[in-house]
Write a protein that binds this ligand. Structure first.
Ligand SMILES: [Zn+2]
Length: 315
């Protein structure tokens, strides 16, 4: 893993397993910000890390949410209770869900089913006056540094990336895919893109990746997990992922598939391209760890492909 800039701490949220989803703590003089809040179960660890760095919770100025998927935003209300001076900064389309999470919770229950409560617990609302929408190109000052917000749709319509002027770090949420440490043992770095329901938009997803590269960050901080070690090569793999996922959706739509048949077609199509990329990287899908980290991930992407296929059939 690329060494993290000194003033940025990556905190493991222990979401499902260690090394799966994190938060970043940006330390700027006597104030600080979190980027992504993980779930409420990770908040104690986030606060302990913060206090270990010698800070008190009233020094947290911002709790930034890259997008409202619950592994990024689920801990927000709980975190805000601990940080009395903090403001939530997020995409204008994310703010309504932070203020009233009821629709978000209903949607996530469909995706996660029985394990929702165990993964996320209760999702509470944040008071409206503590939530600030950040339009594309707007900035927030933190100590000596400027944080610039970029609208980066594709994975979700409510997604922002955040650029830190001091370290030339770009916090990418899920807009620059995922890179698990456990899948970096092959001849190429392995990254994957999560084509999440309900608004996976392939063209925008690719444009957001290009936009991130064009900003030429020295560091790209992924929420899943840590700093990206392969900006160009990783981006090429992510774009292949997005193209392959889109083709699965297009074919399913052409076949007029619906319901279980549609989901099964998407499951198989997504698994096929994931196997192709794993083989390219020299990773063995029959290895238990590879299977756990790469293959079990696919449920969300295949659901996103199925939703896109349904959208294409209605278009
Ligand atoms: Zn997401």
């Amino acid at each position: 893993m690329v060494e993290s800039p000194e003033s940025i701490v990556n905190i493991d949220g222990h979401y499902y397993y260690p090394g799966r989803a994190g938060s970043y703590l940006i330390i700027a003089g006597d104030e600080a910000a979190f980027v992504d809040n993980n779930t409420r179960f990770s908040v104690p660890n986030m606060m302990q890390t913060f206090e270990r760095e010698g800070f008190s919770p009233d020094q947290v100025r911002y709790c930034i949410v890259t997008h409202v998927h619950l592994d990024h935003s689920g801990g927000t209300a709980e975190l805000m209770k601990h940080c009395p001076n903090a403001t939530v900064l997020c995409h204008p389309k994310a703010s309504p869900h932070i203020i009233d999470p009821s629709k978000l919770v209903a949607g996530a229950r469909v995706v996660y089913g029985d394990i929702f409560d165990e993964l996320y617990g209760e999702i509470e609302a944040v008071a409206e006056e503590r939530v600030q929408s950040m339009d594309d190109g707007t900035t927030a000052e933190l100590g000596e540094r400027t944080l610039t917000f970029y609208d980066t749709p594709g994975h979700a319509r409510h997604h922002v990336c955040i650029h830190d002027s001091q370290t030339n770090t770009l916090f990418s949420g899920d807009a620059f895919g995922l890179m698990y440490q456990q899948l970096q043992g092959g001849k190429h770095p392995y990254m994957n893109y999560v084509c999440a329901p309900p608004t996976f938009e392939p063209t925008k997803a690719k444009a957001s990746i290009e936009r991130i590269l064009a900003l030429a960050p020295d560091h790209i901080g992924l929420t899943h997990f840590g700093f990206c070690t392969a900006h160009e090569e990783g981006a090429a793999m992510l774009i292949r992922n997005i193209d392959d996922a889109e083709q699965v959706s297009i074919k399913a739509a052409e076949l007029g598939l619906q319901g279980d048949a549609l989901q099964q077609f998407c499951d198989e199509g997504v698994l096929a391209y994931i196997k192709k990329e794993l083989a390219y990287c020299g990773l063995d899908i029959h290895d238990d760890a590879v299977n756990q980290w790469a293959v079990n991930e696919n449920q969300v992407t295949s659901q996103g492909c199925a939703v896109l296929a349904t959208r294409l059939q209605k278009a």
